[in-house]
Ligand binder design. Structure first.
Ligand SMILES: Nc1ncnc2c1ncn2[C@@H]1O[C@H](COP(=O)(O)OP(=O)(O)OP(=O)(O)O)[C@@H](O)[C@H]1O
Ligand SMILES: [Mg+2]
Length: 251
């Protein structure tokens, strides 16, 4: 069965896209056929994977709005497939307001191709609005990066409540695949928040080891590469490997 994982947090800049990209690559290293979906009008994942968002005229939004339009899949970008996004996805968001049963539109769009993949990983935008709801409705798992900062910690309750609402109203089978503390630095605040996150979240799902703040992630992205290709011996690769292993163990 295909595992469809939404990488979600309504907070901005917490490593959603970087995690999606690198998780995708580590699943590929495990010989798993993997498709990434960019659901963010910013198109960061599309950029990180080496495409120019503004040059694309077919994006995920076309297939969401029109069931007849097959998914624009770009194949084998460093071994991973991608359905891209660009800024026109924000217009799609507005158009969706008048579409019937809009929550299931991404789920339906994935229906026709999902059997070709072991994993589909969806990069959500930093919002609780419709594009995130579509993503969480299409997924069977949600993977949650959380920055080890006070503000992020405060947002966790809203995040968990959103997942509860999605389960109640549109996707009862959604399960939490895990939490990933991110952008960890050795400052005292980060240590205190990490401990609090671990205490609060461990009863709910696996809390992975923290991913440290490291410029190599940003440099790799600028180079359009996953970290493993950019810096083959980087210490953070261990956590990424663990997360990929964790996804394999999900039921
Ligand atoms: N561990 C890290 N250390 C330092 N910088 C990082 C790290 N991970 C990602 N970055 C950089 O931080 C920025 C934000 O990361 P990313 O785009 O993955 O976050 P995001 O949650 O997807 O953001 P958004 O909410 O805007 O979609 C990017 O420039 C990225 O290259
Ligand atoms: Mg992002």
């Amino acid at each position: 069965m295909t595992k469809i994982i939404a990488v979600f947090n309504q907070a901005g800049g917490v490593m959603k896209t970087t995690l999606t990209h690198n998780l995708g690559y580590h699943l590929h290293l495990k010989k798993r056929k993997t498709l990434l979906i960019d659901m963010d009008p910013q198109g960061s994942l599309t950029t990180f994977m080496g495409l120019e968002p503004h040059e694309l005229d077919q994006i995920i939004g076309n297939s969401i709005l029109n069931e007849e339009t097959s998914l624009p899949i770009h194949k084998n970008l460093n071994g991973i497939d991608l359905v891209p996004a660009n800024i026109t996805l924000s217009a799609v968001e507005l158009q969706l307001a008048s579409v019937m049963a809009r929550e299931v539109r991404l789920k339906q769009a994935l229906e026709q191709i999902k059997n070709q993949y072991d994993y589909i990983v969806i990069d959500c935008p930093p919002s609780l609005a419709i594009l995130s709801i579509l993503s969480l409705t299409a997924a069977n798992y949600v993977l949650i990066p959380i920055q080890t900062h006070f503000k992020a910690f405060k947002g966790t309750e809203l995040l968990l409540d959103t997942i509860k609402q999605i389960k109640k109203h549109v996707n009862p089978h959604l399960a939490i695949a895990g939490f990933v503390p991110t952008l960890f630095s050795n400052a005292n605040q980060d240590k205190v928040i990490l401990e609090a996150l671990e205490q609060q979240l461990t009863p709910l799902a696996t809390v992975y080891p923290a991913i440290p703040r490291a410029t190599a992630f940003a440099d790799a992205a600028m180079n359009r590469q996953p970290l493993a290709l950019y810096s083959a011996k980087h210490p953070s690769l261990d956590v990424l490997k663990k997360i990929a292993q964790g996804m394999e163990k999900l039921p």
